[in-house]
Design a protein around this ligand. Structure first.
Ligand SMILES: Nc1ncnc2c1ncn2[C@@H]1O[C@H](COP(=O)(O)OP(=O)(O)OP(=O)(O)O)[C@@H](O)[C@H]1O
Length: 635
């Protein structure tokens, strides 16, 4: 689809200035400079120095390419500059001549990852609107959000795709959408990790032209890039070439060949200068790297070819008066200090600084979005629905009318055990399978300050609750009636309550395992972890028969509480004697049967409490794991 991007971009810039001034008081520019940047991966003697005292300057209004052979340190450098990597980093990073305040800097910058992790079931319009709600907050009226979205989409050539689901977009459109989502709140600096990877040459050109337009509107745009064609290379304003963790060239694209000539490295005619530079960086032209690095003083200088070749020192400290939000922050920091004792207040200030939308809006937007995606996961939702119905009918037929017959009372206990087993797997596995993919979306959005992890986690928990209620109800009603369990609302309610608790715990386990592992590992770990809990449930081995040194496993077995609760719901509360279809039935009296399972003294309510405690612990553990994962991405 052909779109006149230059005019739409200009139009957007114009519209953007007028529309966004209200909430972005000043659309200021950010010049990013860094000096003597070192990065060591790992600690102690195992530490590996990746970046060696690199310096450089990336200016606003320019499109900068960080170029270098594989493993040179491009991504490491960009992650450090974007503030994603902080551990093992030494050196100075400045914004407009002032030391970078990471929190405000991250708020004003956006990081677009190489892979476009997007929720495939949403349409472009829905995604953009969710981004606008989260990134612009409640201060911007919906009408203005709509205008901003329309402008961003026009700029990116996405207007025609507004109603298209993400799953149907082309690779180039996905990339443009990823950029568009981050442009919604008008970030001043954009970092893009290999934005052209996976795109064909025309989509790559389209994408880089677009980035150039974005840079022209006053933003600082920094991208890493792999082997650009000469046409693509020409679109960049500023080149920063990394080789072996040092800077071997910094300056305009046109000055690259002349600079290399000064070192007696002549780029053959009709040869792509980027390829030539990559060959040099890879050591194919001998040991010339140190000369190049020294020539540019490891990035302290910018090579300018015209009018006469010069090496200009990047301005590392100039007071432009920009970055007024920093001043706001400093003021707030000051206020914070004065209220040092009030921790909660600090938190509110911090959160307000980071996230545009208040907590409740974040939760509401995420909840809506999650429901929408679940609803549109038609295949999975229908399968879950069908599985509950089919299995319940199967169970009903297999255990036909065993509920009130004392001669098959063990069969009924088996049924109660299997009910919980089915609910465990039916609630756990869909989450185990889907969450590792969703986690990638969370990482991308959270790192770009769309929402807090707390809001995400709460929304995720709340969004799943209706399904953890509806499916057990469907299953249990069918099984209960077909197997002729006692016709008592109270007993049915008790069994249902236990089953719903089990479902919630199981879904929490799915979330925890899905948060901790990738999908291949998670699908093995989740069922494997469930096995010990099943063994110690009291069904296979009586609780009193478990050796004392292993009894603690039974105490922490959530499945034990689910099985116990089910047994007590059906056989507890002074149930009248069961009918007996045989001449003799040993367990006509329910109490006697409970004694057989060592449940004579057990309490139904303790089982419910046990499951609820487990539910809370699992949820907290899931949250902690996710927080750790997000920290790990950042460090
Ligand atoms: N956490 C880490 N532990 C050990 N080595 C690391 C770590 N992070 C990066 N490295 C190493 O640092 C070097 C630079 O990595 P980086 O990802 O920055 O390179 P790159 O130039 O972006 O490469 P590519 O273009 O292939 O993505 C590589 O050799 C990589 O193996």
């Amino acid at each position: 689809m052909e779109v006149d991007k230059s005019s739409s971009a200009a139009a957007w810039s114009q519209a953007e200035v007028s529309k966004t001034q209200k909430y972005n008081k000043v659309i200021s520019s950010l010049d990013l400079t860094f000096r003597d940047l070192c990065f060591t991966a790992g600690k102690g003697t195992k530490g590996k120095r990746i970046l060696h005292k690199m310096s450089g300057a990336f200016k606003s209004g320019q499109l900068t390419a960080i170029l270098g052979p594989s493993g040179a340190g491009k991504t490491s450098l960009m992650n450090i500059l974007a503030g994603l990597k902080t551990t093992g980093v030494e050196g100075l990073v400045q914004v407009n001549g002032t030391e970078r305040n990471l929190k405000t800097f991250r708020k004003r910058s956006a990081y677009i990852t190489q892979k476009d992790h997007l929720l495939s079931n949403l349409t472009v319009n829905e995604y953009m609107m969710a981004a606008a709600h989260l990134k612009l907050g409640n201060d911007v009226p919906n009408k203005e959000k709509k205008i901003i979205i329309d402008n961003v989409m026009a700029t990116l050539g996405l207007t025609e795709t507004g109603r298209t689901r993400i799953s149907c977009l082309s690779g180039g459109e996905c990339k443009r959408l990823s950029i568009g989502l981050e442009l919604v709140n008008n970030p001043t600096i954009l970092f893009l990790d290999e934005p052209t990877s996976g795109l064909d040459s025309s989509s790559s050109l389209q994408c880089v032209s677009l980035l150039r337009e974005i840079a022209r509107s006053g933003r600082t745009v920094v991208t890493t890039i792999h082997q650009p064609s000469s046409r693509l290379l020409e679109l960049f304003d500023h080149l920063y070439i990394v080789a072996g963790g040092s800077c071997m060239y910094q300056g305009p694209v046109q000055s690259l060949v002349p600079y290399l000539q000064t070192m007696n490295l002549n780029c053959p005619s009709y040869h792509n200068p980027a390829d030539f530079a990559m060959d040099i960086a890879s050591g194919e032209y001998g040991d010339v790297l140190s000369g190049l690095v020294n020539g540019i003083e490891n990035g302290r200088l910018i090579y300018q070819e015209s009018p006469t070749p010069t090496l200009a020192s990047p301005s590392l400290s100039h007071d432009t008066g920009f970055y007024d939000e920093d001043e706001d922050v400093n003021m707030l920091d000051g206020k914070k200090n004065s209220k040092a004792k009030n921790k909660a207040n600090h938190k509110t200030i911090d959160e307000r600084l980071i996230y545009a939308a208040p907590f409740h809006t974040q939760v509401a937007v995420l909840l809506r979005r999650t429901w929408r995606t679940i609803w549109r996961e038609k295949m999975l939702t229908m399968l879950r629905f069908a599985a509950h119905i089919i299995v319940s009918i199967l169970m009903g037929l297999l255990y036909w009318r065993v509920g009130d017959d004392a001669s098959v009372i063990y069969n009924n206990a088996g049924l109660l055990f299997f009910n919980q087993l089915f609910i465990l797997f039916a609630a756990m596995m869909p989450t185990v399978v889907t969450f590792p993919l969703e986690r990638k979306v969370l990482v991308r959005e959270h790192l770009n300050h769309w929402y807090s992890l707390k809001a995400y986690y709460l929304a995720k928990t709340l969004a799943d609750i209706p399904f953890q209620i509806i499916f057990p109800v469907l299953y249990l009603v069918t099984v209960y009636l077909m197997t002729n369990q006692p016709m008592s609302i109270e007993r049915f309610g008790m069994l249902l309550c236990i089953t719903i608790c089990m479902s919630l715990v199981a879904q929490g386990i799915g979330l925890l395992v899905g948060a901790a592992f990738n999908i291949q590992v998670a699908v093995f770990v989740a069922p494997a972890c469930a096995i010990p809990f099943l063994l110690f449930s009291g069904f296979f081995v009586n609780l009193n028969a478990i050796p004392p040194y292993m009894s603690w496993i039974a105490d922490i077995s959530f499945f034990r509480y689910a099985f116990e609760g089910s047994m007590l719901a059906i056989y507890g509360n002074d149930r009248p004697p069961l009918t007996c279809s045989q001449p003799y039935c040993h367990y006509r009296y329910a109490d006697k049967f409970l004694e057989q399972f060592d449940l004579g003294q057990s309490s139904y309510y303790l089982s419910v409490v046990g499951l609820l405690v487990f539910f809370v612990l699992i949820r907290v553990a899931g949250y902690v794991v996710l927080r750790f994962k997000l920290r790990h991405v950042r460090s």
